[in-house]
Write a protein that binds this ligand. Structure first.
Ligand code: MBD
Ligand code: FE
Length: 282
């Protein structure tokens, strides 16, 4: 465990930046009209803030120093996903039928090992945390069971660290793609994730401290649910009674996304059922 304590903001930031760059969908494809309109509005919002708040040179230089640091520590993905992605997700999915989505965040990695249901996520022999059975059914909005649907799941370990972003964790630890059976059911064996704290030693952590905010996200499972001819859902599921459900630093909690796992009768951990409903492809 001691190696995990050496996780640094610059290290996870560099990895998140590299991950995002390697994704083809991050290629620039925005029309000149939209660039002009959106950039003007964003710049004007900053200009208005300066004028209305009478921002000083001291404050302006603090901002410049901080922005340079965000880049140097590779924390642009973290910064944007924590403070802006929730609004983009709201716009993208406002009219969609079926289960609720929420933000993807900076720690998704495509291509995780594909497992038939019932599946046990790759984990260490001594993986800390309460065992959790996460199960459910995937259907279309019309109620048809979706066989062979994929449940991509990734989450932090008991200490709040993600494989491939924190050091010394096996590559696909607590990451997999489970397939539903012929009746649309899935069952995934994992451990409960710990609450996640934004790295405190980087630029984002510095902002949080300077502003007197807190750095926590409630514990969560990340998921992508996909089936042929249906719209992909990117979502997260949280746990009832988590003390940060009401003040997630990333503003990504919705009431429909809170699980209430129960102790298993045989005393081997907890279990919870959550069903996904997918909208028809557009
Ligand atoms: C996370 O684990 C996360 O899910 C988000 C949205 C931002 C930072 C870390
Ligand atoms: Fe996360």
């Amino acid at each position: 465990m001691s190696a995990e304590i050496e996780a640094t903001a610059a290290d996870s930031g560099a990895k998140a930046t590299e991950r995002f760059r390697s994704d083809k969908s991050s290629a620039l494809a925005v029309s000149a009209d939209r660039v002009s309109r959106l950039a003007s509005r964003a710049i004007n919002a900053l200009v208005e803030t300066v004028l209305e708040e009478k921002v000083t040179y001291e404050e302006y230089n603090a901002l410049k120093t901080w922005l340079i640091q965000v880049g140097e520590t590779g924390e642009w993905p973290l910064f944007l996903d924590v403070w802006l992605e929730h609004a983009v997700e709201e716009v993208a999915n406002s009219g969609r039928a079926g289960s609720k989505g929420t933000i993807e965040g900076p720690y998704y990695v495509p291509g995780s090992p594909v497992l038939e249901s019932p599946a046990t996520l790759p984990m260490r022999e001594d993986e800390p945390g309460t065992p959790l059975v996460f199960q459910g059914k995937v259907t279309s909005v019309a109620g048809t069971a979706l066989a062979g649907a994929s449940i991509e799941i990734w989450h932090a370990d008991d200490l709040g660290f993600y494989s491939q972003f924190a050091p010394n964790i096996p590559e696909w630890n607590l990451r997999a793609t489970a397939l539903t059976d012929s009746e649309g059911f899935f069952r995934i064996h994992t451990v409960q994730p710990g609450p996640y704290q934004i790295p405190t030693d980087g630029a984002c952590g510095q902002l949080i401290e300077a502003a007197g905010w807190h750095a926590w996200r409630p514990a969560h499972l990340h998921l992508k649910i996909a089936a042929a001819d249906h719209q992909l859902i990117t979502t997260q599921l949280y746990f009832t009674a988590d003390k940060h459900l009401g003040d997630d630093i990333a503003s990504a909690v919705k009431p429909e996304l809170v699980l209430d796992p129960q102790d298993k009768a045989d005393g081997t951990g907890r279990e919870v059922t959550y069903d996904f409903v997918l909208a028809t492809a557009q």
